[in-house]
Design a protein around this ligand. Structure first.
Ligand code: ZN
Length: 236
């Protein structure tokens, strides 16, 4: 018996007692599925932004606000949906493998559109160090790793830093939220970003205010082009 077979049968035995569950629907995962089941991959609502990335519904969120080349989300976000459940578990319940799988899945959809070959670097929206210490990992970085691996592009989690610690903004309205995110991020590795096409990755886009404030300081880097990708986006 080959070592690979032994470890696979050991995995199967362990899975009988502690099965891995789909982060979106709780179905038991079978061999070959990581983090999310094949049915959810097929059935969760897609945006198909990648078919028209310059004028996608996600790109329209940023129109007139900030210059962005491509903007894509994999799934359409709705409250009380499996997509919301999936995002919650990736963010708060350490379901990193689900985040990475979905990031890779998103990058796979990009591959149908060769325009994404021009991307040089992948940069996750950073968490404040305090929040990172509290949560243990950055969910945007987990997604970015999946994207970077699939696109075969380097991931630079330290290219940007979050300079202000802002707590939950969920109760504030759109305007106050936009004001409170100004000056939230700073560019650290400007030299490495010169004349590059960077893909900013987050888990979810709602108002777009966080990514907008993330991109603002990047625009001072000479020759930079910025695109956006998220696992999900809420469209009006
Ligand atoms: Zn599922």
């Amino acid at each position: 018996m080959r070592l690979e077979n032994i470890s696979n049968s050991l995995k199967d035995t362990i899975n009988i007692f502690y099965p891995d569950l789909c982060a979106a629907c709780d179905a038991i995962l079978v061999r070959g599925e990581t983090g999310i089941c094949a049915a959810c991959v097929l059935e969760l609502p897609r945006t198909f932004d990648e078919t028209n990335p310059t004028d996608s519904r996600t790109a329209k969120i940023f129109a007139g606000r900030i210059p962005v080349k491509y903007a894509c989300a994999l799934f359409a976000f709705q409250k009380q949906s499996k997509v919301q459940e999936l995002l919650h578990r990736i963010k708060y319940e350490s379901r990193r493998e689900a985040g990475e799988t979905c990031g890779a899945l998103m990058a796979e959809t990009f591959n149908v559109n060769s325009r994404f070959n021009e991307i040089d670097l992948v940069i996750p929206v950073p968490l404040h160090p305090k929040k990172l210490a509290k949560r243990g990992y950055n969910q945007a970085e987990v997604v970015a790793r999946g994207v970077g691996e699939q696109l075969n592009k380097p991931v630079l989690p330290k290219a940007l830093e979050r300079v202000h610690y802002n707590d939950s903004q969920t109760t504030k309205g759109r305007m106050s939220r936009m004001e409170s995110v100004e000056g939230l991020f700073r560019v650290r590795l400007a030299d490495q970003l010169k004349n590059k096409h960077v893909l900013i990755v987050d888990d979810v886009i709602t108002t777009g205010a966080t990514i907008e404030s993330c991109i603002q300081p990047l625009l001072a880097v000479p020759g930079i082009t910025v695109s956006i990708a998220a696992l999900a986006a809420a469209h009006q």
